[in-house]
Design a protein around this ligand. Structure first.
Ligand code: URP
Ligand code: ZN
Ligand code: ZN
Length: 470
């Protein structure tokens, strides 16, 4: 199957050019001016063009990569509502053609058991390509050995937590030991950095004082608790000589620590998420409605947002991922009525990231369109071992492509979104810019709001070690 996309502006992280894009099978075969004319005159191969797409006035961008999703994550006595089937389909509608989800090691179980369980959930169900990171809940001699095996299988990074005592939490010794192992096996450490022990003290005090509403989930998780843990894990990583990636960074306090670390030459990287750029702790007010916005780290006072945008511009933050972890308001979030500590943590977002960042980033003059592509696809590809295959419109790369209409307006609403969740955090927000045509490895999977792919189109991605380390 050969597809020729003509007349668009090809946007890559390193520049934009008016060019045609030829897709042959699953890969991009050529990018250049006037390909349409050359092929029209015959190139000697005799191969016909099966499909021509007119992209005049549109961008042709690499399919976006969301390196932080939680399909079907067990949390707080329930499960994130999107399956790998529904969640990856929703991602495709929003121009995302790769996710990296988190397989979970339960306490007492092996990494292998966790990984096998996640492979079973995903295999044959995904609309787009997918990979896994591994959440480590137990660091011991057996799991340390297993880390090396996983790196060889393309699971090249490990998430540990200084938050959620009794669930995912690891102490500093365990984190340091996992970091040493990762330094030796060439992987990457991902850290959820909040001081969970201190948070639990303040949370118990708040409940004892009768502050049970969702808003107090935001209040008790002080920004300084995120800043302290971010500094601590980066220092531990420096001591172990391993690169570290801070996930879902939300607070100015944490960003300052990442910035200082990078200034002194540490191999420290960080992502933020749309919710920290566009929403604030004010959204957590309004009684139990605020449960819709309960996630960890929490939404911050609005004055943190401009700092995060600056971090993205200056490359102290390299990635925007979603931390997609949807729970219905009715029947799941309400497990925490009367005690905010019991509200399942997480927000939906996998479908809206590309458009929110275009509307609020590019059109609002905060990001160039090239930086937009960089933080959504090129940098994630480099950091997570997919460079050359994903995150770039270039010959030889997978033909994961989006024809993006930068002028088309749409209103975000749960009534029309494709995520399997009963609300949207951005209900009623109008955004300009949306994906018109989405190709996954050369196959059209979304066209003008219609899904044309099939369950199981997506393949598991065996990833290389992070390319920022080379
Ligand atoms: O609130 C969040 N972030 N839920 C998902 C789990 C995690 O910590 O990433
Ligand atoms: Zn986390
Ligand atoms: Zn997460």
């Amino acid at each position: 199957m050969r597809t020729l996309i003509t007349g668009g502006t090809v946007v890559n992280a390193d520049g934009s050019v008016e060019a045609d894009v030829l897709v042959d099978g699953e890969q991009i075969a050529a990018v250049g001016r006037g390909l349409a004319g050359m092929l029209g005159r015959g190139n000697g191969s005799g191969d016909p063009i099966d499909r021509r797409v007119d992209a005049s006035g549109k961008y042709v961008i690499p399919g976006a990569i969301d390196v932080h999703t939680h399909m079907e994550l067990p949390f707080g006595g329930t499960f994130a509502k999107d399956t790998f089937g529904t969640g990856t389909r929703a991602a495709a509608f929003g121009g995302t053609t790769t996710i990296i989800d988190f397989a979970v090691q339960s306490r007492g179980a092996s990494l292998r058991e966790g990984l096998d369980a996640w492979h079973a959930k995903a295999e044959g169900n995904c609309a787009i390509d997918y990979g896994f990171h591994m959440i480590m809940s137990d660091v011991n001699e057996d799991t340390l050995r297993e880390m090396d095996t996983l790196v060889a299988e393309g699971i090249t990074d490990f998430k540990l937590f200084t938050a959620y005592p009794g669930v995912f939490y690891s102490d500093d010794g365990a984190i340091f030991r996992a970091m040493q192992q990762t330094e030796a096996n060439g992987g990457l450490i991902m850290m959820h950095a909040e001081n969970g022990l201190a948070i639990d003290v303040v949370a118990a005090q708040a409940i004892a004082e009768g502050h049970t509403d969702p808003y107090f989930h935001g209040v008790v998780r002080y920004p300084v608790f995120e800043g302290e843990a971010t500094n601590r894990v980066i220092r531990l990583a420096e001591a172990a000589g391993v690169p570290v990636y801070i996930v879902h960074l939300s607070a100015r306090d944490a960003l300052n620590e990442v910035r200082a670390a990078r200034d002194r030459g540490a191999n420290a990287f960080a992502e933020t998420c749309p919710q920290y750029l566009f929403l604030s702790i004010q959204d957590m007010g309004n009684g139990f409605e605020g449960a819709k916005y309960v996630c960890s780290p929490p939404l911050r006072p609005a004055d943190h947002q401009e700092e995060l945008w600056k971090g993205l511009v200056k490359d102290d933050l390299q990635v925007v991922a979603t931390d997609h972890c949807p729970f219905d308001f009715e029947g799941q979030k309400d497990l925490g009525k009367g005690d905010f500590r019991k509200i399942p943590n997480g927000l939906p977002g996998v479908e809206d990231r590309v458009d929110l960042l275009h509307d609020g980033g590019v059109l609002d003059g905060r990001l160039t369109k090239e930086r937009w592509v960089e933080i959504l696809s090129a940098a994630p590809a480099r950091l997570f071992g997919l460079a050359g295959r994903k995150g770039v419109v270039a010959p030889g790369a997978d033909a994961d492509l989006v024809v993006y209409d930068p002028a088309r307006k749409r209103t975000i609403t749960a009534a029309t979104h494709h995520m399997n969740v009963d609300y949207s955090c951005y209900e009623g927000r109008e955004v300009t810019g949306s994906s018109e045509l989405v190709l996954s490895r050369g196959k059209v999977i979304v066209e003008n709001g219609e899904y044309s792919g099939q369950k199981g189109d997506g393949r598991f991605l065996k990833r290389s070690p992070s390319q920022f380390l080379l």
